[in-house]
Write a protein that binds this ligand. Structure first.
Ligand code: ADP
Ligand code: MG
Length: 238
C-alpha cells in the first residue's frame, strides 16, 4: 500500500533522511521508533506530502507522490498529529465533518450522521457540540482519530499520538488504535510506547541519524535487537 524507496531529504546542510526504504502492506501495522531528531516525523510528512523530498520515490497504492497526485493521495491517507490540531473555534462534530463536507464534498447531513457514529465509537457521543478547549488531551486526540476516520482513509499515519497526553490518558487513545489494528486498518505509527508496539505492530523500524538502522518483526526487534544502536536505544527507553 505504501512503498518508500531511497528517500533522502536535507534541510540545508542537515541531512535528515538518508536512503530510507520500506514498504507497508495492506492491513499491516508498522511502528517507527528511534531517538528524537532521527527523522521519524519527516518520513511521515514526506509520505503525505507535507514535506518535499530531495531524492527517492514514494508510492501510495501504486501512485507516485508528487504535487500533481497529492490531493488524491491525501484523500486516501489520513494523518493524526501529536498536538491534535483541532480547529479551536469549531465544535467537535464540526471538526470531524470538515474534511468530508469541504474536501470530499459529501452530503452534510450524511457526513454529520457518520461523524456522530464515529464519535460514539471513540466514546465521545455526548461531546459533539463541545469546543475542543473543553476536552481533555485524550478526548481531543480521540476526536483527532474520529476526524481521520471520517475521511474513510485506506491508511492512517500517526505521529506520536500519545506523547502530549497525561499518562492516565494514554491508554484510552491506544485502545482505539488497537481496535483499528484488529479491524485491519493499515497504520504507520511513530511512537515511544514500546509495549504497544510489541503488542500491536507487525513490524518495527528503528531509525537513527536519518537511516533505518534495523527493521524486523515487532517482537523480535524489541526483545532481541541485532544492531548495537537499537539495543542501546531500547535499553534507554524500556
Ligand atoms: P523525529 O520526528 O524523529 O524527532 P524529525 O523528522 O522531526 O525527527 O526531525 C529530523 C531532523 O530534521 C531534526 O534535526 C530536525 O531539527 C530537522 N527538521 C525537521 N523539520 C525541519 C524543518 N521544517 N526545517 C529545518 N529542519 C527541520
Ligand atoms: Mg517527530
Amino acid at each position: 500500500m505504501i512503498r518508500v524507496s531511497g528517500l533522502s531529504k536535507a534541510f540545508g546542510a542537515n541531512h535528515v533522511l538518508r536512503d530510507v526504504s520500506f514498504e507497508v502492506a495492506q492491513g499491516e501495522v508498522v511502528c517507527l521508533i528511534g531517538p528524537s531528531g532521527s527523522g521519524k516525523s519527516t518520513v511521515l510528512r514526506c509520505i503525505n506530502g507535507l514535506e518535499t523530498h530531495d531524492a527517492g520515490e514514494i508510492e501510495v497504492e501504486g501512485v507516485k507522490v508528487s504535487a500533481a497526485t497529492l490531493p488524491a493521495i491525501r484523500a486516501r491517507l489520513a494523518m493524526v498529529f501529536q498536538r491534535f490540531n483541532l480547529f479551536p473555534h469549531r465544535t467537535v462534530i464540526e471538526n470531524v465533518t470538515e474534511g468530508p463536507i469541504h474536501a470530499q464534498k459529501r452530503d452534510p447531513a450524511e457526513a454529520r450522521r457518520e461523524a456522530q457514529a464515529l464519535l460514539e465509537r471513540v466514546g465521545l457521543g455526548d461531546k459533539a457540540d463541545a469546543y475542543p478547549a473543553k476536552l481533555s488531551g485524550g478526548q481531543q486526540q480521540r476526536v483527532g482519530i474520529a476526524r481521520a476516520l471520517a475521511m474513510k482513509p485506506d491508511a492512517i499515519l500517526f505521529d506520536e499520538p500519545t506523547s502530549a497526553l497525561d499518562p492516565e490518558r494514554v491508554g484510552e487513545v491506544l485502545r482505539i488504535m488497537r481496535d483499528l489494528a484488529a479491524e485491519g486498518m493499515t497504520m504507520v505509527i511513530v511512537t515511544h510506547e514500546m509495549d504497544f508496539a510489541r503488542e500491536v505492530a507487525d513490524r518495527v523500524l528503528f531509525m537513527d541519524g536519518g537511516r533505518i538502522v534495523e527493521a524486523g518483526p515487532a517482537r523480535q526487534l524489541l526483545t532481541d535487537p541485532q544492531h548495537p544502536r537499537t539495543r542501546e536505544f531500547l535499553e534507554r527507553v524500556l
